[in-house]
Design a protein around this ligand. Structure first.
Ligand code: NAD
Length: 249
């Protein structure tokens, strides 16, 4: 696929779903990987399974101290960080705006939006020490198009799309590329839980995909690996749909 030999990557939300698939793919392609997540048990088990180029770090992406410790520990273990995958996320509350509380709205934005801001800002010195790097922000198809009952999630994911473009321009002189990925339905615990909670209404998620199926997490991880690799050396500021055609409509 793509060569990530010698890359040092932090993957947030790496204990589950797309992040766990990315940890597997990046490791297989030769990268050293820190899985950063609030779910320690699953993250530590995955790190132990993959072996000595993979470690787990307890990281709540909303907490600056956690980021600083995770980046320091990664640099001490593997060297300066040259890949950051901002993947940790909250599904949103899937309810009408009139029922969505300010606390619920802020919680989603704290994880999905502020977490990405903190990651990009705080990894910068390490990436500059590395001589450059690649940041892959996991936005969503709903960071490009809207959906009903999805105001909190859309707000946070459109913010990721915008921050990606702003950072791409600002970080370019430091040879740091920044791109966003926009997945459609990916069959992960997050989506299975959301679809289950919506009952029959959950079927609409698949019906919206022209390819008429949900993705396997590995199908998103492979595009993350591409963007992290030198194969994407002239790509920055791009919003890349990996969505089974959702946003082509
Ligand atoms: N699954 C989909 O259909 C889909 C579609 C588009 C975008 N996404 C995005 O992909 C990303 C990964 O989602 P997933 O579907 O793999 O879900 P998931 O629930 O399987 O994994 C999300 C991970 O994020 C972690 N996490 C949550 N809050 C955190 C925090 N504050 N700090 C650190 N880690 C935290 C969770 O512990 C979990 O391991 C999310 O940003 C999501 O919005 C998913």
């Amino acid at each position: 696929m793509f060569d990530l030999t010698g890359k040092v990557a932090i993957i947030t939300g790496g204990s589950s779903g797309i992040g766990a698939a990315a940890a597997r793919t990046f490791h297989q392609l030769g990268a050293s990987v820190t899985i950063g997540d609030i779910q320690a048990e699953a993250g530590e088990a995955l790190a132990a399974e993959l072996g000595d180029r993979v470690r787990f770090s307890r990281l709540d992406v909303t907490k600056q101290d956690d980021w600083e410790r995770t980046i320091d520990e990664t640099e001490a273990a593997f060297g300066p960080v040259n890949v950051l995958v901002n993947n940790a996320g909250h599904s949103g509350h899937w309810k009408p705006a009139s029922e969505l509380t300010l606390e619920e709205f802020r919680k989603v934005c704290a994880i999905n939006q502020e977490g990405v801001f903190l990651g990009m800002k705080l990894v910068l010195p390490s990436m500059i020490r590395a001589g450059g790097g690649s940041i892959v922000n996991n936005s969503s198809g709903y960071g490009l198009v809207g959906a009903a009952n999805n105001l909190d999630y859309c707000a946070s994911k459109f913010a990721v799309t915008g921050m990606t473009k702003a950072a791409a321009i600002e970080f370019a002189p430091s040879k740091i590329r920044v791109n966003s990925i926009h997945a459609g339905v990916v069959l992960t615990p997050m989506v299975r839980d959301t679809m289950a909670s919506l009952g029959a209404d959950g079927d609409v998620f698949i019906a919206r995909m022209p390819l008429n199926r949900g993705a396997d997490p590995s199908e998103i991880a492979s595009v993350m690996a591409f963007l992290a690799s030198e194969a994407a050396s002239f790509m920055t500021g791009a919003a890349v749909p990996v969505d089974g055609g959702l946003t082509a409509q």
